[in-house]
Write a protein that binds this ligand. Structure first.
Ligand code: GRF
Length: 199
């Protein structure tokens, strides 16, 4: 059984896609052992509670400095003892202590086809605004391993999505979520779960 901790900051639709994939049996041998958010108002925390999943908030505002927050984040992860950490819209720079402790066991979903429209400053709607500004005809989403860089780790899976005439950033974001993110994130976790079962 692959134990996963999911880190969130917002609406949690990617978290919900994982929950639904597990509940439908599509995603096997996987259990969400904890959901962690840096944002106490994240609806993702509600989604976790509705699904009976342990949900905790570790907010930078609760600590006197970044180092204390980083330590608290690592402690919240270690307490859940996950095999894999899934960043699902987690708007926090992952501290080195977490990367070193969980090296090779952290994945992230990014709403573009890396190496396009990624790196510092490219998150949420900004990614889709940049894709529309560039005039690309195809965009999509990427699941990749997390290393010390921003969106720089080895790519696990990608899925292309068509950009349509008249798309706004919001319309494009929704299409990328529906047609790519919510599919490849559970599928990527499933690949890792299968590899773990073989070991
Ligand atoms: C998604 O667009 C994801 O690609 C990006 O942040 C957003 C999170 O959305 N990393 P949600 O919280 O999963 O709904």
């Amino acid at each position: 059984m692959l134990k996963i901790a999911v880190c969130v900051s917002g609406g949690g639709t990617n978290l919900q896609a994982i929950i639904d994939s597990i509940n439908s049996g599509k995603l096997e041998n996987t259990k969400i052992v904890r959901v962690i958010s840096n944002n106490p108002n994240a609806y993702a925390l509600e989604r976790a509670k509705n699904a009976g999943i342990d949900a905790v908030c570790v907010s930078p505002k609760s600590f006197k400095n970044r180092s204390e927050f980083n330590d608290a984040l690592l402690a919240a992860l270690n307490e859940a003892d996950p095999d894999l950490i899934v960043l699902a819209g987690f708007l926090v720079v992952i501290p080195l202590n977490v990367i070193e402790t969980y090296r090779g066991r952290i994945i992230n979903i990014h709403p573009s086809l890396i190496p396009s429209f990624c790196g510092t400053g490219f998150y949420g709607l900004k990614v889709h605004e940049a894709a529309l500004a560039r005039g690309v005809k195809i965009t999509g989403a990427t699941v990749h391993y997390v290393d010390e860089g921003t969106d720089t780790g080895p790519i696990i899976m990608q899925k292309a999505v068509e950009v349509k005439e008249g798309d706004t950033p919001e319309i494009l974001q929704r299409r990328v979520m529906e047609q790519a993110e919510w599919i490849i994130l559970p599928e990527s976790i499933g690949l890792i779960a299968k590899e773990t079962e073989k070991k």
